[in-house]
Design a protein around this ligand. Structure first.
Ligand SMILES: Nc1ncnc2c1ncn2[C@@H]1O[C@H](COP(=O)(O)OP(=O)(O)OP(=O)(O)O)[C@@H](O)[C@H]1O
Ligand SMILES: [Mg+2]
Length: 317
């Protein structure tokens, strides 16, 4: 075993289930990828894309129809005991015991392992020290999600698997959880593999993102790398006090498209290949035509647009 082995490696994974009316459903259709040690790796895809199924095979909880999965160099199935001792798997909150208090649940989970982290240390990681004597049903949604993350860390795992860690949370609780996940990754060096429907979560939290649709990985790169694959990967948005000639703007260098934004009056967006080249021509254009520009913003396109361009359909239907 060397440190250079990837945290997770998946080769040609196929997973089929029997279909209700006969035949089979191919939930995972030839997926290969590897996760480096120390990174936050995200699976972004719509309902039914195959995210959970892929994780369950990697974790050793489900067997593959074909293909192989490895965690820290060990086969998830042939060497399942070793893999299970080195990973943490977040369960849905409903899977825990209602009648136990938070510290008792962590104590119980810890007793399953030869070496475990104390409940106090775990609860402090996610700001739940004051709730140590609470029962799960007494926590808010965000607190329960934070608890479920440390409940997966009692064995001090090297790789942590989080399946939709922020689904159902309000934006504030979601941001809090991103901070928690980010600090577990940065401060403790843990590799984190997560799934999400939220493109913002993938963009802001993940080092690399695999976009998955219909059981296949359609793209895998850093968030910015994914966006740069688009033919016009940047947006120049602006507001202006008077009507403008959109066709005139479309002729500026590097502009692929001009869109009038639906929100607010006289807001426009230029979809461009090279923002620097276009910006210069754009400000010259505004000066020459005496167009007062307001609120000019330059930003990369979103993963939502990447998903749409790769699959032909939206992430959320
Ligand atoms: N145990 C099972 N038996 C039969 N079909 C299954 C089973 N588990 C998953 N599937 C099917 O496999 C496909 C992929 O499901 P999976 O749960 O992996 O998707 P997902 O990407 O995690 O979706 P979601 O975002 O909704 O959680 C779906 O079509 C699902 O219906
Ligand atoms: Mg799922």
């Amino acid at each position: 075993m060397t440190q250079s082995e990837p945290a997770v490696e998946v080769r040609d994974l196929v997973k089929e289930f029997p279909a209700p009316g006969g035949g089979t459903i191919r939930a995972v259709d030839g997926v290969s990828f590897s996760v480096r040690r120390g990174e936050i790796f995200g699976f972004l895809g719509p309902n039914g894309a195959g995210k959970t199924t892929t994780l369950e095979v990697v974790e050793g909880l489900a067997s593959p129809t074909s293909g192989q999965t490895f965690v820290l160099g060990s086969d998830s199935h042939k060497d399942a005991a070793r893999v299970k001792s080195r990973i943490g798997v977040q369960l849905q909150a409903a899977a825990y015991f209602d009648h136990l208090r938070l510290d008792e649940i962590l104590e119980l989970f810890g007793s399953f392992y030869p070496r475990s982290v104390s409940p106090d240390v775990l609860l402090a990681k996610v700001g739940l020290s004051e709730k140590r004597r609470a029962r799960l049903k007494e926590l808010s949604g965000g607190q329960a999600q934070r608890f479920s993350i440390v409940a997966a860390m009692v064995n001090d795992p090297e790789v942590l698997f989080l399946d939709e860690p922020t689904t159902g949370l309000d934006p504030q609780a979601r941001r809090h959880l991103w901070d928690v996940i980010g600090s577990i990754n940065r401060e403790e060096g843990k590799t984190i593999v997560l799934t999400t429907h939220y493109m913002e979560e993938a963009e802001l939290l993940c080092d690399r993102v695999a976009i998955i649709d219909n059981g296949r990985i359609v793209a895998l790169d850093t968030p910015l790398g994914l966006v740069r694959q688009l033919p016009a990967a940047y947006r120049i948005a602006f507001a202006t006090g008077r009507a403008i000639d959109e066709e005139d703007l479309a002729r500026l260098p590097g502009v692929a498209e001009v869109a009038a934004l639906p929100n607010g009056e006289r807001r426009y967006e230029l979809r461009v290949r090279d923002p620097q080249a276009t910006l210069f021509a754009f400000t010259t254009w505004a000066r020459d035509r005496q167009v007062a520009l307001d609120d000019v913003r330059v930003s990369p396109a979103t993963l939502e647009e990447v998903f749409l361009s790769l699959t032909g359909h939206a992430l959320r239907e």
